[in-house]
Design a protein around this ligand. Structure first.
Ligand code: UT7
Length: 334
């Protein structure tokens, strides 16, 4: 059912949190056989944040969430639903969202996690928008939070230079506000591609023969077939962006800002070319934070909001891609 048939939903506030420690490309040069030149030219990433040892995913998520609540002007007690998108939960159970509920004092909320890798935040937006739109709940807190530094093989140059830690959040509410209206969301999955991006040997599946012999892939760390992921990412993000633009009844050229997944500047450029949009319409902050998976879009949305890169009336497209494979997009009128 199109969102236009449901009650209107808007983004009432955003927040984010980045850990203090900055890990530069120059520092990575001392850890693995890489160079600032390779990382910048192949990905656009210059630095990433690394959480402190004592800092958990729910710690980062709770700070970002409280900032989003403050921005929305509502209290934790008013929240009906908390969804955390993460692949680096505090522990396998209870859900990281339960810890967030506890830390915020959001005792009236239902809280659970979504495992959709990088797409987790926009999966959460899709679910929360549907529940609010159907009148089942009022206020939802959607969060993307990751401590990816905890699942990286710091001897594998193919992956360790790409990722970072952080959290972002948004508050969704019912209402016909003129700013932040969610006009469309789409989510998608292709389980045939589970093999190209995963954390092998981290769960109940027997040891993964595809990955075990590969030098440099420690048990329980990220494995990625980069080129294949790249190819799928471009197609899926282009199609889901065009999908929500059509669902919202917009024209592509009217989109003021695309907030794409912050994985690789070359992927962002490839999508921009396919959408035929000028460079300045793409929001980019991966140079500072690298790829923070489920947190990336949420952090970028908050930064775009707070720095006025998106302003009232802007047609904004959020679009993401991740392991699963999963993808998602949203069309929001700011
Ligand atoms: O958020 C989840 C979604 N993830 C993504 O969207 C990531 C998608 N993939 C990518 O962004 C790119 O494929 C990467 C950035 C991961 C890799 O870039 P690439 O241009 O596809 O490089 P490649 O994997 O084909 O490797 C090219 C060369 C290889 O050397 P040889 O075989 O040509 O001698 C690699 O060993 O670059 C080498 N290489 C590196 N060299 C220096 C790989 N990583 C590094 C490194 N430093 N960190």
């Amino acid at each position: 059912m199109p969102l236009s048939k449901l009650n209107p939903v808007y983004i009432a506030g955003t927040g984010s949190y980045l850990p203090e420690k900055i890990l530069s490309n120059a520092e990575l040069e001392k850890m693995v056989d890489t160079s600032d030149e390779w990382i910048v030219s192949r990905t656009g990433i210059k630095a990433r944040r690394i959480a402190a040892e004592h800092e958990s995913t729910s710690d980062m998520a709770s700070i970002a969430a409280q900032r989003a609540l403050d921005d929305a002007g509502i209290t934790a007690e008013e929240v009906d639903l908390i969804i955390v998108g993460t692949i680096t939960p505090d522990m396998s159970f209870p859900a990281t969202a339960c810890y967030v509920q506890q830390k915020l004092g959001a005792h009236n909320a239902v809280a659970y996690d979504i495992s959709a890798a990088c797409s987790g935040f926009l999966y959460a937006m899709n679910i929360a928008t549907a529940q609010i739109g159907a009148g089942l709940i009022k206020n939802a807190l959607i969060i993307g939070a990751e401590k990816l530094s905890s699942i990286l093989d710091w001897t594998d140059r193919n992956t360790c230079v790409l990722f970072g830690d952080g959290a972002g959040a948004a508050v969704l509410r019912p209402g016909n506000e003129s700013t932040g209206r969610v006009h469309a969301t789409r989510i998608g999955t292709d389980g045939r591609q589970t093999g190209i991006l995963k954390v092998p040997n981290s769960g109940t599946a027997t040891l993964d023969p595809e990955v075990q012999p590969v030098e440099g892939n420690a048990t329980g760390t990220i494995y990625m077939a980069g080129r294949e992921v790249f190819r799928h990412a471009v197609t899926a993000m282009k199609e889901s962006a065009l999908g929500v633009i059509a669902d919202a009844g917009w024209k592509t050229e009217d989109v003021a800002r695309v907030i794409p997944h912050q994985a690789n500047l070359r992927i962002i450029d490839a999508i921009r070319e396919r959408l035929n949009l000028p460079k300045e319409r793409m929001f980019v902050n991966l140079d500072k934070y690298g790829n923070t998976s489920a947190a990336a879009i949420a952090i970028a949305l908050d930064e775009a909001n707070k720095t006025k890169s998106i302003v009232r009336g802007d047609k904004v497209v959020l679009v993401v891609f991740g392991a699963g494979l999963t993808w998602a997009a949203a069309a929001v009128e700011w």
